[in-house]
Design a binder for this molecule. Sequence first.
Ligand code: ADP
Length: 159
Amino acid sequence: MSRAIYPGSFDPVTNGHLDVIERARKLFDEVIVAVAHNDEKEALFTLQERLDLLQETVGKIDNVRIAQFEGLLVEFAMEQKARAVIRGLRAVSDFEFEFQMALMNRKLETGVETIFLMPKEEYTYLSSRIIKEIARLGGDISGFVPACVAKALRRKFNP
Ligand code: ADP
């Protein structure tokens, strides 16, 4: 069985992430969307909220599983018997960091390869960070995130 891990903060999940998940699940028997909880401090949504929003969005897809992990990604990948890590590449600006991470992960664990997927062009400018910024300023983000995320963002900023 071919299995891939798609790791990230998912704070919150956007249509860009969904595009990558859709592409990845066509290439692998199973895709594990793995929410990192190392950078909890900086997150707008708690780990549980991020997991719940993912569950509501992609939880019903039969070859997609949602998980959380702490510590080294490559160790988690080996534990889950996943041979691939999926990352999304939006622009050249993503490249340097991703390139460094991919090579470091390969150094740490030769059994895990990183695979980059490019989203549909219209998602290349989309990031969780920019979505949070627009939502905080009262802009309409409904075209960029699943409905449950738009609702959760409205609740965060207009309690
Ligand atoms: P991280 O904090 O690890 O960057 P993110 O949740 O921001 O986590 O993103 C997880 C992965 O999804 C990263 O590989 C990121 O490049 C990718 N990604 C995020 N937004 C998009 C998008 N709009 N299109 C394609 N890939 C994306």
